[in-house]
Write a protein that binds this ligand. Sequence first.
Ligand code: NDP
Length: 332
Amino acid sequence: AREWHLKARPNGWPVPADVALVEAPVRAAEPGEIVVRNAYLSVDPYMRGRMNDVKSYTPPFQLDQPMDGGAVGYVVASAAEGFEVGDAVLHFGGWREYATVKAAQAVKVDGSRAPLSYYLGVLGMPGLTAYAGLLKVGAMQPGDRVFVSGAAGAVGSLVGQIAKLKGASLVVGSAGSAEKVAKLVDEFGFDAGFNYKDAPVAEQLAKAAPEGIDLYFDNVGGDHLEAAISALGVHGRAVLCGAIAQYNDTQAPAAPRNLALAIGKRLRLEGMLVGDHAAMQSEFVAEMAGWLKSGELAYEETVVEGIEHTMDAFLGLLHGGNTGKMVVRLEG
Ligand code: NDP
């Protein structure tokens, strides 16, 4: 079966030659393990950081070893109690066709409740990031004016919609194309959106939220964060979720330059990691699944076909080729 190996650590933007699709035997399940035939692989921005050899909240990928990440698939062999051939599972043996994983690190998912790929997105890690980040870390209150960057992506499109469902008085999003901005308003129900490539973020944000904002959900960093710091009112909050504008930078970012404004405005800027919020999992799934079922929540995916295009999907994600969650669908 085929699996992706990291061959070289990128300097700046990754290139296709940094990885290779390698043929390798599928290891049989030892006691407590299952073998999974993957149906969908997740590609996520944090994987860029794992290509660097730096200590972070997730360990780096090792050279000439299979990369990993979120995946969903079907059990094809089981040496673990409670797991049967045919069960659908969410696990971390991504970037490969077949994965032999500890059953204790796999979660059974219900493919009749939602399409399997949804467990990599709206009902999975990005969904929980949006839900916990906005409601717990950001402590969003009804009436809040909310700005979210990366708004047409997996996390951002959910943040904006959850904010509306929870009574935000204004939801503004930024994204990187006119089509995406149209979608923010027409499909995801944002009040306003702008293309950050059209004009300075601060200028466009001031137009979209002339009275300022109460809460900023940051997926991008840099000039987006700087613009938000200026737009936030007294006691405003920013959830620092991601800084994708700088993941491929080889130099320190130039912005934000206005951090000292946080003093007078008594801002709270708080970093978040989704892994800290497992306690919200059941509340999150119940509420999100309810909104999906009632049609109140729109969910979009960009699906790339075939294991051989996983790196294309990952690079596409970094370049903004996705609307909603980027996933790779495997044959079979
Ligand atoms: P997305 O689906 O949002 O995909 C990434 C998007 O980033 C692209 O579609 C692109 O959209 C945008 N982008 C790329 N480069 C830039 C740039 N220079 N400036 C502005 N936007 C850019 O990914 P996710 O929803 O999975 O992740 C969103 C963010 O959340 C990331 O920063 C990620 O690291 C972070 N994250 C953090 C977690 C945590 O626990 N802290 C957990 C999960 C995600 P466009 O066309 O609009 O440019």
